[in-house]
Design a protein around this ligand. Sequence first.
Ligand code: BES
Ligand code: ZN
Ligand code: ZN
Length: 504
Amino acid sequence: MKTELNFSDAAAIATELLVAFAVDHSTSKDKDAKPELALLTTESALTTAAQDVLTSGEFKGSANETLLLHSPSGLQAKRLLVVGLGKSSKVTVNDLRKAAGVAVRFSKPRAIRELAIVIPNSELLPLGPGGRSVVEGALLADFDPDTYRSDRKDQSIDSLSVIAPQKADKAALETAFAEGVILGESQNFTRSLVNEPGNVLTPTVLGERAAEMAKEVGLKCEVYSTEKLHELKMGAFWAVSQGSVQPPALIVLTYEPEGAPSEPVLGLIGKGITFDTGGISIKPSEGMEKMKYDMGGAGAMIGAMRAIALLKPKVKVISVCCSAENMPSGSAYKPGDVVTAMSGKTIEVMNTDAEGRMVLADGLHYAQQLGVTHLIDAATLTGACVVALGMINAGVFSNNEEAYSHFVEAAKISGDRFWRLPEEDDYRDQIKSQIADIMNTGGSRWGGATTAAMFLKEFVGETPWIHLDIAGVAWLEEQKPWMAKGPSGTPVRTLVEWVRSYSS
Ligand code: BES
Ligand code: ZN
Ligand code: ZN
């Protein structure tokens, strides 16, 4: 999808589909009350074109509701699509991101290949973040995980114009728009990685894809395998890898912009299990095909590093992704095994399906050895987190209030949703082992997301740390009006905002 920012009259744009947004100013709580609709534009030609239908009561302007007009009078566009944003008292740029996505997903099955979306011009929504969220939402909506279908009709939108008011601060809006393009495309890059089947995207291939991307955007990338794991004594990461004929990949991406202070150095650590069978503690076959998305944490980090390289914040960032395939085989690690992590801690393996924390243990430790001062990890780590929070919020854990407050601000900008869960030391008893320093499960089923976090906490020491359990949100189980079913690319945008919040 080609994107451009266009400062001209929306009414004069000859396009297949012009899109404008409507809000409901009514404060009535009664669902049947007549809405008081307004198009968020100062161009009277647009308002006039939609006037009759907006006053008819047929269209309520609810969030993501659509209304299509053919040959709208007074406009050069062939069609006008009005997308609702809901009540004006509640509208946010996050609603706008979705609504822009709705316009794109409305167009795709109708073979509409060209779109012009009018940025809301109203005191309800700031213009810069508005322009950015429109293009982000449109790019995210254009993605479909259908690359392997031979009946794939190229349903991508060819071109998108985002229409800005002529009086806008052009430079500021152009910057915001360019950021939106980078973020949308980077999140889609993550989604394309996560969508790959396990037979295609092995750890080696994930490393190759990261290296290709790094070359394109000017990042340093090193990809190591078995020998390096042995050299670094990454016994926990290796334990998981050893059951597969596919060698592991330790992917290190480094972003060191000129002029950045020596500290902080932010560490982005990702779980990159390209397929999780559960290993010897094998998973039930039902739904196992989904476990190709068990590299969603690493995928998010790699996509975030792409955006960081292009947005150029003034802060050092190192990403460490630990990629392996978790397989049962004659060489696989087994329940009861004791392995020594890179940090020197010994781990009693209780369940080989708790492999994510094993690879992350060494990734977190290694990142600190590379000089990282602040850690953030993302992992499709536990089913327990999905039980606790469902598929709306990801779990977030942190041992440091300052790093966490940066994170909360970042999530406000991104619109991704998180719910904080505890990592208090009272839970530590649950991972104590009689045989080794710790064990890799929480003993009982209870508090599984927290006991997994407690395991990771053993490897972060005093370093400020944020852990994201994205098991429930990295894959959308149902399509949304603004997004296809499948890989979501969450939490790429939040990771990038978190990094930018440290930019000096
Ligand atoms: N990859 C899974 C977690 C997962 C579950 C991701 C559902 C996405 C959706 C992880 O490796 C795992 O299997 N965790 C176990 C841990 C248990 C053995 C302590 C789990 O959650 O059951
Ligand atoms: Zn597992
Ligand atoms: Zn897993």
